[in-house]
Design a binder for this molecule. Structure first.
Ligand code: NAP
Length: 276
């Protein structure tokens, strides 16, 4: 086998990560591969044991619902993985499993600091991606975060990643008042995917955001979610999940294959991804 990496999670069939890595491998003429493997939480120990026995395996990206579950299977964690309490990249470093998190790097491509600094941001969700977003909002000097989640306990955990350095108001997902006057909305839940439609009242509440607000939807399957459609209709700045996906794939590719991906071909890559 050539050197290879893959995406693990459950489900993984919808993911465009393999398309991104395969595009870059081909563009650079690298003899390598990137696949996908459905792994359940209970199957993680046997998955890693099997892969560690294969010297061609460079590591894996990790998606829901495994980002926190993998923590207990790894030898070392990067500072970034520790800072957000979740892993989306595992590297095989001479038989040692090293966990890292590149979601924040992806979020920074989607909503760069200049969109966030001094702004009031509404963040939906309290999982691994929301933790990475919280860290980005903190480092980009947001003025305030309204954190909407269905679990108060998980929301408090996500808020703790900001270490008290950022004003955070935790609200239930049903509190539509949290939309009023916010300068940006980040959806870090699966709401909007085919199996989990976003409730109509949340979509309609987009009209309550401040004029010119951005709406960033991490969901990328479908790419044009109902939330983004409503954002465009309301005159807001809509940002889809592909920029984050490509942004987190970039450092992962470098970790697996030791080369910088050809980002000058991003427009061509996006057209390919939109076609799939
Ligand atoms: P996760 O750790 O499983 O967290 C999902 C969060 O969404 C949790 O807070 C969960 O609530 C909440 N949630 C799930 N279903 C909900 C519902 N019906 N109503 C309200 N809240 C609900 O997943 P993650 O890694 O943070 O990823 C979240 C989503 O972001 C993914 O589904 C994916 O679409 C997207 N994502 C995109 C990229 C990208 O590159 N574009 C990267 C990472 C993630 P509970 O805590 O109560 O379960």
């Amino acid at each position: 086998m050539p050197p290879y990496a893959e995406l693990i999670g459950d489900p993984v069939a919808h993911s465009k990560s393999p398309d991104i890595h395969l595009f870059w491998l081909e563009a650079l003429g690298i003899h390598g591969d990137y696949g996908r493997r459905r792994v359940e939480k209970g199957g993680l120990a046997s998955y890693f044991a099997e892969r560690l026995a294969d010297p061609d395996w460079q590591g894996c990206n990790v998606t829901a619902p495994l980002k926190e579950a993998v923590l207990g299977h790894l030898d070392t964690l990067s500072a970034e993985a520790l800072a957000v309490g979740a892993v989306n990249l595992v590297r095989n470093m001479s038989g040692k499993l090293v966990g890292d998190n590149k979601d924040r790097a992806g979020i920074a491509e989607a909503i760069p600091p200049e969109l966030v600094e001094g702004k009031s941001i509404l963040l939906l969700g309290a999982g691994g991606a929301a933790s990475a977003a919280m860290l980005h909002l903190l480092r980009s000097r947001a003025a305030e975060v309204r954190l909407a989640a269905r679990s108060l306990e998980k929301a408090q955990k996500v808020a703790a990643y900001a270490g008290g350095a950022l004003p955070i108001r935790i609200v239930p997902m049903t509190d539509l008042g949290a939309f009023a006057g916010a300068d940006g909305l980040v959806n870090a839940t699966p709401l909007g995917m085919a199996h989990a439609p976003m409730p109509a009242e949340l979509i309609q509440a987009v009209a309550r955001l401040a004029p010119g607000a951005f709406v960033f939807d991490m969901v990328y399957a479908p790419l044009e979610t109902h939330l983004l459609k409503e954002a465009r209709r309301s005159g807001h700045f809509a940002i889809d999940g592909l920029s984050m996906l490509v942004g987190q794939a970039d450092p992962s590719f470098q970790a697996f294959f030791g080369r910088t991906p050809p980002r000058s071909r991003d427009a061509e890559l996006r057209r390919e991804l939109e076609r799939r």
